[in-house]
Design a protein. Structure first.
Length: 268
């Protein structure tokens, strides 16, 4: 078991709680994105033990973070929403130089790759930048369970792509509050249904991404870079409204940049 992945998973899990921040982006920052996709795809191969040794600690970390930090992130978003998002902006912007280096953009990018990059930016900016997180759904009908299951599939497919937030998709679908509440109170039935949807969505999307990274690596990287750049627009919370908030936003933004650089150096 690669127990180091517990802390990596916790960082990914914290980001997954925040609408607008992608766990896939954090995986890129940590330098494990390629391996994560390969491991998910390798679960049903002869090397399944090796891949599970990578994935199980990661999943434990994600689960722990979602359970332990859902209350904290909810409090931060309610009381310090703008500074919280500025911290994640710093994290995201801090990873861009690494992405360009990893893809060796100066050497490998051709005009078509820049076109693909701008397509990625454009597609992300089509996402709504606001919206209701929804109320807690109290009903427990077959249709509601179906909605939660489908929401898990759609959100996880987004979750594994850098730049697209799975929790933001839950916001758009109006089930974010229901899912977060289920995690807080340990509503096992809802957690299992959404979790099953998430597992299926991750398996399906990872196969597509693995194929693209294998066959069209540079084009896929250029698209991912576009998604990450576009996500800056999606999660931008607006400018500070007073001097105190401005100072706080600048400090946490710098903290996010520094954290991104430190994580990059540790992991790469």
């Amino acid at each position: 078991m690669e127990w180091k992945n517990i802390y990596r998973g916790m960082i990914m899990g914290i980001s997954d709680v925040v609408p607008g921040v992608s766990g896939g982006t954090i995986a890129v920052i940590l330098g494990i994105y390629d391996r994560l996709i390969a491991a998910i795809n390798g679960v049903f191969t002869k090397e399944w033990r090796k891949h599970l040794a990578f994935l199980i600690p990661l999943a434990i970390g994600v689960g722990l973070a979602i359970f332990l930090f859902s209350h904290l992130m909810n409090w931060l978003l309610e009381n310090y929403e703008r500074p919280t998002f500025y911290f994640f902006l710093g994290l995201i912007i801090g990873i861009l130089p690494f992405l360009f280096r990893e893809s060796e953009a100066k050497r490998t990018f051709r005009p078509q790759h820049y076109v693909i990059l701008f397509i990625g930016i454009f597609l992300i900016t089509l996402l709504p930048t606001g919206g209701s997180e929804g109320t807690i759904i109290e009903e427990r009908t077959l249709a509601i369970y179906g909605l939660l299951f489908l929401s898990g599939i759609i959100a996880s497919a987004a979750m594994i792509l850098p730049g697209i937030s799975g929790s933001f998709v839950l916001v758009v679908l109006g089930v974010y509050q229901t899912v977060i509440h289920a995690v807080r109170v340990l509503d096992i039935k809802v957690i299992l249904i959404v979790g099953t949807g998430i597992a299926i969505g991750i398996l399906l999307m990872s196969k597509l991404i693995h194929y693209l990274l294998t066959r069209y690596r540079i084009a896929t990287f250029s698209f991912i870079i576009g998604l990450v750049i576009g996500s800056i627009y999606v999660i931008f919370p607006g400018w500070a409204e007073n001097v105190g908030e401005l100072v706080a936003c600048v400090l946490v933004f710098a903290g996010g940049l520094i954290a991104s650089v430190i994580l990059g150096k540790i992991e790469h």
